[in-house]
Design a protein around this ligand. Structure first.
Ligand SMILES: Nc1nc2c(ncn2[C@@H]2O[C@H](COP(=O)(O)OP(=O)(O)OP(=O)(O)O)[C@@H](O)[C@H]2O)c(=O)[nH]1
Length: 205
């Protein structure tokens, strides 16, 4: 049987609980929107194949729990990611402030080569907006990341976001293209570890 993809990369969705990580993923993989907030427990993943520059890229997208109590588990997944979405909710100033905390965790636990983009989700909720587009742009610039506003509800910029991050990962890993990464057993294992204090390093921009 012909191989169905040329390379496999692992992407991770990170951000506060309720910003819409699961909805972004469901919209992208199944074109569905879930109106209820069902908190992710630990981590979950879905797969999708994209074709970029004639290369069939299989992406394994990990949806992590935003709740504090799962952070010890979710941090175990950072080091295996090639690309990370840092997600906030444009109607929540707190979720935007917390991007700094998530970015600081990445500094500590993710590989230096990991590609990141900043996502401001729920752009359909203009009337409840607490974070200006310009603030998102500025923070992304500060971290040297791309930035997109999205809406999982209206399907705005969803495919674009996943394609953009996959393109960045592909570009960064081009020379290793013959190395196909396969999901391992421990990807699904829930790792038990002691709770750690989160370090909070504010962005200096
Ligand atoms: N208006 C609007 N609501 C959204 C959007 N995306 C998600 N939501 C809603 O926001 C709530 C939380 O969405 P989830 O995707 O479950 O959030 P999460 O970030 O995965 O949350 P945790 O699993 O707890 O980390 C749900 O009620 C969704 O329907 C969006 O683009 N627009």
């Amino acid at each position: 049987m012909a191989k169905q993809y040329d390379v496999l990369y692992r992407l991770l969705l990170l951000g506060d609980s309720g910003v819409g990580k699961t909805c972004l993923l469901c919209r992208f993989t199944d074109n569905e929107f879930l109106p209820q907030h069902v908190s992710t427990i630990g981590v979950d993943f879905k797969m999708k194949t994209l074709e970029i520059d004639g290369i069939k890229v299989r992406i394994q997208i990990w949806d992590t729990a935003g709740q504090e109590r799962y952070q010890t588990i979710t941090k175990q997944y950072y080091r295996r990611a090639q690309g990370i979405f840092l997600v906030y909710d444009i109607t929540s100033a707190l979720s935007f402030q917390n991007v700094v905390k998530w970015a600081s965790d990445l500094e500590e636990y993710a590989p230096q080569t990991v590609q990141k983009i900043l996502i401001g989700n729920k752009s359909d909720e203009e009337h409840r907006r607490q974070v200006a587009t310009e603030q998102g742009n500025k923070l992304a610039k500060c971290y040297g990341m791309d930035f997109l506003e999205t809406s999982a509800r209206t399907n705005y910029n969803i495919k674009e976001s996943f394609t953009r991050l996959t393109e960045l990962v592909l570009k960064a890993n081009r020379k290793d293209l013959n190395t196909v990464l396969l999901p391992s057993e421990d990807d699904l294992a829930v790792v038990e570890a002691e709770e750690e204090e989160d370090e909070y390093a504010p962005c200096t921009c």
